[in-house]
Design a protein. Structure first.
Length: 157
């Protein structure tokens, strides 16, 4: 994989858009003290390199009635060929499964789940996921509160 080299200005563009993805090019150029044409050129390069891969709203799911947020760790059968892929395919089809990650360690998958209530959460995790033929075990952690959200590894750059 080719190494990508970015300068301080590129990082300023990324950080500004992480804070507010709705900035116009004019506002972005003013924020980072760059001409509008140079700002737009650099922004397009960052998009072409897929460093900036999209712009989306940060939705507060609790305000929409999704009061349960959990991370569920899933262990799949090592004896069944393609078990991990089968479970991942199942989870991709579940709207409550917001993010599904393959992970290292004692478990195979980490799933971020948003549910309206414990009944919906239990239905997905116990009645559907745990009942899946390729799932050996699940372990869930329910969010109590959030100390930091939408952080960035670039914050201290």
């Amino acid at each position: 994989m080719k190494e990508i080299t970015l300068d301080r200005t590129d990082y300023k563009i990324i950080q500004a858009l992480e804070k507010d993805g709705r900035l116009s090019n004019t506002q972005l150029a003013e924020t980072i003290n760059l001409s509008q044409s140079q700002c737009l050129r650099r922004l397009r390069q960052l998009e072409e390199m897929d460093i900036i891969s999209g712009y989306r709203a940060q939705v507060n799911y609790q305000k929409l009635g999704y009061s349960v947020m959990a991370w569920t760790l899933v262990t799949v059968s090592k004896d069944i060929p393609n078990a991990r892929d089968s479970v991942m395919d199942f989870l991709r089809q579940q709207s409550a499964a917001i993010n599904v990650h393959g992970v290292t360690g004692d478990v195979d998958l980490m799933v971020e789940i948003y549910a309206k209530d414990m009944v919906q959460f239990t239905d997905l995790v116990v009645k559907q996921l745990y009942a899946h033929a390729d799932v050996v075990s699940t372990k869930s952690y329910i969010r109590l509160d959030t100390a930091k959200q939408h952080g960035s590894p670039l914050d201290n750059r």
